[in-house]
Design a protein around this ligand. Structure first.
Ligand code: PMP
Length: 407
């Protein structure tokens, strides 16, 4: 891939052009949410200024225009994920919502006492808690794939956990806390060998990796728009058609029905069966601009740039005395988590912020993973396409200042 013109790309993100505490902003909190290009912001404004209307029900011009744009986003996600059918793309409010949908419909309907669910040590709380709730309700058993000291999943241990009792495997594609890229194709293959159904949490993978749910043979794949340069409050659940068809609906209400009488209700066909109520139309419409934007840059070129930053930042960070990177997995993307001897991560975050540098500190919604490494939290720098080596240099200078002030 041809290298990207990052200075040009930065002009697409108006938020980056500002000072924080008297210094040019360095935004390294991209794993929490990344920034939005003007194209996305403009798409939101165009929707509200030009064709805001409730979808599917109307026969008037604006309703038709809004419905067309809404459904065009669905087709765009079908292409983005390489789903076989457009009906397999369900709009949600985000990754958390997508996982809860699957746990509360597929899980509740098909899992019973004694069935085993496997997750991994790398999971975000949103891929732990819904399964624990299901286990509590149904008497299922939760098993966890361990990680080694580098933050790589132990696949041998995973294979030992798998048995005919395994009914569901739910695993993160890329760890938001450590950046580990998991071998999800292998994880899915092994699960299918024992007849288990698999959900992949793609929240962190979606803006970095080329995605192909058919090549992966994923049964479910979930993501959040706000982590792929799109708006907040919107996400996608991909599910294989035959699975989605077999599942009961999630929320009841308007839009998800065929016919309602007081005696009985019949449900709409896919995907509408899972889209009760007025959806987040504006954000669904606008996220298409984010997908188009990423496609115009090329996922491969984006990943190449972020990997360069990752390598450069890793080298530079390791020069600092007493700094330890948590998680040096075989394959990583976009994220560096680290701790510094004798300095609390919160102090690091505050002092960096004073210098205009935004990082995340704490447990990153992965408390069990932090427990695995025997720490309370880390400082995390995470990269997006608009970040530069100069910004990494700013981070290093900032951390030297932290050391000077704290040690
Ligand atoms: N999984 C992973 C790996 C994440 O990084 C996140 C967001 N930090 C989530 C799930 C939850 O996503 P959301 O808050 O958008 O629902």
């Amino acid at each position: 891939a041809t290298p990207l013109d990052i200075q040009n790309i930065r002009r697409d993100f108006p938020i980056l052009d500002q000072e924080v505490n008297g210094r040019p902003l360095v935004y390294f909190d991209n794993a929490a949410t990344n920034q939005k290009p003007l194209l996305v912001i403009d798409a939101l404004t165009r929707y509200y200024e030009g064709y805001n209307a409730n979808i599917h029900r109307g026969i008037h011009h604006l309703a038709e225009q809004a419905t067309a744009a809404f459904e065009a986003s669905r087709r765009a996600f079908q292409e983005f994920l390489n789903a076989k059918h457009w009906q397999e793309i369900i709009f949600t409010y985000g990754t958390t919502d997508g996982i809860n949908l699957v746990a509360k419909t597929y899980g509740r309907h098909f899992l019973t006492a004694g069935d085993e669910i496997i997750i991994s040590t790398l999971e975000h709380h949103s891929n732990i808690v819904p399964w624990q709730m299901l286990c509590e309700e149904k008497g299922c058993i939760l098993k966890v794939i361990p990680v080694d000291d580098n933050g790589d999943l132990l696949l041998d241990e995973y294979e030992k956990l798998l048995s005919e009792r395994t009914k569901f495997v739910s695993c993160v594609h890329v760890s938001n806390a450590l950046g580990t890229v998991n071998p999800v194709k292998t994880i899915i293959e092994k699960a299918h060998e024992v007849g288990a159904v698999v959900l992949i949490d793609g929240a962190q993978a979606s803006s970095h990796l080329e995605l192909d749910v058919q090549a992966l043979d994923a049964d479910f794949y979930v993501l959040s728009a706000h982590k792929l340069y799109g708006p907040t409050g919107m996400g996608v659940l991909y599910g294989k058609k035959e699975l989605l068809d077999s599942m009961p609906p999630f929320r009841g209400g308007g839009e998800m029905i065929k016919e309602v009488t007081f005696a009985k209700t019949t449900y709409a066909d896919l995907p509408y069966k899972f889209e009760a109520g007025t959806p987040n139309i504006a954000d669904v419409v606008a996220v298409k601009a984010a997908l188009d934007y990423m496609a115009s840059l090329g996922k491969e070129a984006i990943a190449a740039h972020e990997n360069d930053l990752l390598r450069y930042a890793t080298e530079q960070l390791l020069e600092l005395d007493g700094l330890r990177i948590i998680g040096q997995a075989r394959e990583k993307i976009g994220v560096i988590s680290f701790i510094m001897e004798g300095i609390h991560h919160q102090d690091i975050g505050v002092i960096l912020d004073q210098q205009g540098i935004a990082v995340r500190t704490g447990h990153h919604c992965t408390q069990p993973l932090m427990q695995r490494f025997g720490i309370a939290g880390t400082t995390r720098a995470s990269f997006a396409v608009y970040n530069t080596r100069d910004e990494v240099d700013r981070l290093i200078q900032g951390l030297r200042r932290v050391q000077k002030m704290m040690l």
